[in-house]
Ligand binder design. Structure first.
Ligand SMILES: O=C(O)CCC(=O)C(=O)O
Ligand SMILES: [Fe+2]
Length: 312
């Protein structure tokens, strides 16, 4: 059907993280779903190109893969027919059942290291930089690094969406359509802690990237929308490469850093179908203002599609 009036939306294939990965050392493009699949599909050709010993293979897995095998397995399960919440919870760590906070390895350690190096180069450059959000003064917006399109969008569309659809169907987990991704940095002489807040997001992924530090734990209280009596907040430690999943409305903050440097990747996941009805920040119907990129994740009603054939 030909259409008129609707803006064209350009797309890309979300295969960046698993399809056609280029392994420079062995001059080969591979599809990566996990170690067993890689060995099965590419064992002979890799061996013929010098990837012979167990150590060679382990080095290949460690250095060339961005996503942790556990994360790939969880995403693959979530997208499989018949997947359900019970099955998913057997594959994730439940940090708090009551608060619906979960933990899962997301990135490999070498990928965290490579990303940190990239972030430090950017920090030291004189490229124009925006603040990651209104609360953190140090850190980087991923779209300024050029990593939004190739890294975060496929991560959201292909991997997080099926997972979040099972974990948080009532918070737009199955309708995620945009994000705001940034890295927060805490260091002595810079930001040290983060006050208690809720996110401008339906759902949030917070991944620890490093470096070496003490202090800085996350803490979680009740839901912003449903204030409860003050209870001891739940403290959650960071583990490099691992991600914490929580609802945007879950009140949280970060304890003061004591030593070292802490960098975390935060992805605020947004579902326009949810926020178009109620802005999570002002709790009113959104008063829409045009913005760039994903804006704050709200959309105007899509213009009705017109069947051009019907007009002739
Ligand atoms: O410091 C952290 O890791 C948490 C950051 C955070 O909650 C946020 O930026 O929304
Ligand atoms: Fe937050």
């Amino acid at each position: 059907m030909a259409t008129a009036g609707a803006p064209r939306r350009f797309c890309r294939c979300a295969c960046f993280c698993t399809e056609n990965l280029y392994v420079a050392r062995y001059g080969l493009h591979v599809r990566f779903r996990g170690e067993q699949q890689l060995r099965r599909d590419y064992g002979p050709i890799l061996r013929s190109r010098g990837c012979v010993s167990t150590t060679d293979f382990q080095q290949l897995l460690a250095e060339d893969a961005a996503l942790a095998p556990e994360f790939l397995a969880v995403a693959e399960y979530s997208a499989s027919p018949g997947a359900d919440l019970k099955g998913l919870l057997q594959r994730l760590e439940t940090v708090s059942e009551e608060k619906r906070i979960y933990r899962v390895p997301v990135f490999t350690a070498p990928f965290c290291q490579a990303l940190l190096e990239e972030l430090e180069h950017f920090e030291q450059s004189d490229m124009p930089k925006g603040r990651p959000n209104t609360m953190n003064n140090y850190g980087v917006l991923l779209h300024e690094l050029g990593l939004d399109e190739p890294l975060v969008t496929p991560l959201r569309e292909r991997f997080l969406q099926p997972l979040m659809a099972l974990l948080y169907p009532d918070c737009g987990g199955g309708q995620l359509d945009s994000h705001r991704a940034f890295v927060v940095k805490y260091a002595l002489g810079q930001d040290l802690e983060l006050g208690c807040h809720y996110d401008n997001a339906e759902l949030t992924l917070n991944v620890a990237l490093g470096k070496v530090f003490t202090g800085g734990a996350l803490y979680f209280g009740g839901l912003f929308q449903a204030p409860t009596a003050l209870t001891e907040p739940l403290e959650v430690e960071h583990v490099v490469g691992q991600g914490i999943l929580h609802r945007g409305g879950q009140l949280h903050g970060a304890r003061p850093l004591a030593t070292g440097e802490r960098w975390n990747l935060i992805i605020w996941l947004r579902a326009s179908a949810v926020r178009n009805r109620l802005c999570p920040m002002c709790c009113r119907a959104p008063d829409l203002v045009d913005d760039e990129g994903f804006g704050d994740g709200f959309t105007r009603e899509e213009p009705a599609t017109v069947d051009v054939c019907a007009l002739t």
